[in-house]
Design a protein around this ligand. Structure first.
Ligand code: S3P
Length: 436
């Protein structure tokens, strides 16, 4: 397969599609099922590089899984047989590939094991900050040595051992750091408490409940009593709203389009992209399919004129992965769109403020860059151009949509293999909307 997308402008984003399973939930399902006391049937697992790396890491720790749909290397439905917490020392370094979630969450588990392990990743992951998990895990008694060329970065050598519970205030709104501490807290006697500066995605807490682990959330404080049994359970992973976001924006920005997206996760800590698009004037109907555990439903998006908006500080953690695609909507809307308080974007798979700004400008869009965000004057149009993903899946997909929405010209997005980390069927869906 070629490593580029070639995109012609489309006249309409009408039709229907189902996005693959949620990335955040799939990572956690692999980890918690592996820690559970029995067989867990997991359906609609995101069979992407990131989540399969986490599943394989659990397999290297002694967990087995039997695939009932998909393949051993690309499972969609499977039974994961938990080890009841009795993980085995891995024979080799655990490769997290491109995934910060995989590495940070696994570090929380590994810190508490009776063996040493090594977490490695690709060049992007090996330059992302790991000090943010090392600080709380070390306060719990873990020993983690960051051996990367960049200080505080992977490879991480984890010397496992008995942990103690802590009370920890997150210095940044990060669900990954919160989850690393809570997973470590599962192995520490006593109460582990995490205070977060803003609400972040709460999949770990919801899944804890599904796996029979009591965990109390009061405002932005989460408390967990350690040494609880992780009880085997069955799960159906909803579609990933962060993948759906590309199509929400594509349809909303194409007047006259009507697009139905089936079975999307509607956890309220992830739906700010819908709220913000509605505030911009998009018409989005929701058909709720299930409201327990992880809510999910169908979305029907009607394209029409949009107006720019200001993203509120408390919305930022809730749509942090959607900023690249939101920037595309901002350029097309009338009036300005302002996204600030989003410095975290600088330490994602790429520095997403930088890569979004570069690609917007390459496609003829005026934008102002800030250390913590960007401002886009509205009423502009995209002109087809050659842009790079810079190795970042969300940049590749956001600018493929920009190409689809361009007023004229063909867009080439280079270096798109990274899309397989989160949305392996993206290209297939993109082809559906090519009018040529
Ligand atoms: C994730 C949390 C977010 C998000 C990432 C997935 C998770 O990162 O950007 O794609 O699954 O917990 P932070 O929590 O570090 O902001």
């Amino acid at each position: 397969m070629s490593d580029t997308f070639t995109i012609h402008p489309t006249r309409s984003v009408t039709g229907e599609l189902s996005v693959p399973g949620d990335k955040s939930i799939s990572h956690r399902a692999a980890i918690l099922s592996g820690l559970s006391d029995g067989d867990c049937r997991v359906e609609n697992f995101l069979s992407s590089e990131d989540c399969v790396n986490t599943l394989k890491a659990m397999a290297n720790l002694g967990v087995s899984y039997t695939v009932t749909r998909g393949t051993q290397d690309a499972p969609i439905d499977m039974v994961i047989s938990g080890k009841g917490g009795a993980l085995q020392a891995p024979g080799a370094p655990l490769d997290c590939g491109n995934s910060g979630t995989g590495m940070r969450l696994l570090a929380g588990v590994l810190a508490a094991q009776a063996f040493d392990s090594e977490l490695i990743g690709d060049d992007s992951l090996s330059s992302r900050p790991m000090g943010r998990i090392m600080t709380p895990l070390e306060a719990m008694g873990a020993k983690i040595d960051a051996r990367g060329e960049t200080p505080g970065c992977a490879p991480l050598h984890v010397t496992g051992g008995q942990l103690k519970a802590i009370e920890y205030t997150l210095p940044m709104a990060s669900a990954q750091v919160k989850s690393a501490v809570l997973l470590a807290g599962l192995f520490a006697p006593g109460k582990t408490t995490v205070h977060q500066p803003a609400t972040t995605r709460d999949h770990t807490e919801r899944l804890f409940t599904a796996y029979g682990i009591e965990c109390v959330t009061q405002g932005n404080t989460i408390t967990l009593e350690g040494l609880q049994t992780v009880k085997a359970t069955d799960l159906v992973v909803p579609g990933d709203i962060s993948s759906a976001a590309f199509w929400i924006v594509a349809a909303a920005c194409s007047p006259g389009s009507i697009l139905k997206i089936h079975n999307v996760g509607l956890n309220p800590t992830r739906t700010a992209i819908i709220d913000v698009m509605e505030r911009m004037g998009a018409r989005i109907e929701r058909e709720l399919l299930a409201n327990e555990g992880e809510p999910r439903g169908n979305l029907i998006i009607h394209g029409g004129p949009l107006v720019g908006t200001e993203v509120l500080p408390e919305e930022v953690p809730n749509l942090i992965d959607e900023v690249p695609i939101l920037a595309i909507a901002g350029a097309l809307a009338s009036g300005r769109t302002l996204i600030r308080n989003a410095k975290e974007l600088r330490v994602k798979e790429t520095d997403r403020i930088d890569t979004v700004v570069k690609n917007l400008r390459a496609m003829g869009i005026e934008v102002e860059e800030f250390e913590d965000g960007l401002e886009i004057p509205g009423g502009q149009h995209f002109t087809g151009a050659t842009v790079s993903s810079y190795g970042d899946h969300r940049i590749a997909m956001a600018f493929a949509i920009a190409g689809l929405l361009a007023q004229e010209g063909v867009t080439t997005v280079e270096n798109v293999a990274c899309v397989n980390t989160s949305y392996p069927t993206f290209h297939e869906h993109l082809t559906q909307f090519q009018s040529i």
